[in-house]
Design a protein around this ligand. Structure first.
Ligand code: FEO
Length: 173
């Protein structure tokens, strides 16, 4: 049975992961609204991935006889100064999430919760990838600057991101 200290922290993490998806959905809406459909598509998939992260914590708690307690989700920011501003905010958010995962790992070590440590190792590795990808996106956008052609190329590039699940086709309306 999972200890209450771990359960509470994992429930908090469920809230952070759901909020991450909410934030990326908000960024997707902003980017689509500005005509950057490839970047919007990339953020949509990022939101789906956050849902998958959420479910890993959800299932881990249930498998170990814990209780899932869903917390309130705050309203995400809805607009940014530019695509670069949005992607910088995404990077900053991933750095925040890495800190939260590290806190969870530290707690699981203190509590000698070996099952949690194994499960959290997935997220330690995942966050390295998440930050790396977010940094690359920021660097590409910094290089493009105000160049319309550069932004178009990045938009086309990010349109190629493959979703782990089948997403409904975006409406053109
Ligand atoms: Fe679930 Fe992007 O961290």
């Amino acid at each position: 049975m999972v200890k209450k200290s771990i359960q509470d922290k994992m429930n908090e993490q469920i809230m952070h992961e759901i909020f991450s998806g909410y934030l990326y959905l908000s960024m997707a809406a902003y980017l689509h609204g500005k005509g950057f459909d490839g970047m919007g598509h990339w953020m949509r998939i990022q939101a789906v991935e956050e849902q998958m992260h959420t479910m890993k914590f959800f299932d881990h708690l249930l498998e170990r006889g814990g209780s899932v307690k869903l917390a309130a989700i705050k309203k995400p920011q809805m607009t940014w100064k530019s695509p670069l501003d949005a992607f910088r905010a995404a990077l900053k958010h991933e750095q925040f999430i890495t800190g939260k995962i590290n806190e969870l790992m530290t707690l699981s070590m203190k509590e000698k919760d070996y099952a949690s440590r194994t499960m959290l190792q997935y997220f330690i590795d995942e966050q390295v990838e998440e930050e790396d990808t977010a940094e690359k996106n920021v660097r590409m956008l910094e290089m493009a600057g105000d160049s319309g052609q550069g932004l178009l190329m990045i938009d086309r590039d990010l349109a190629g991101r493959v979703s782990p699940i089948t997403l409904p086709a975006p409406s053109n309306g």
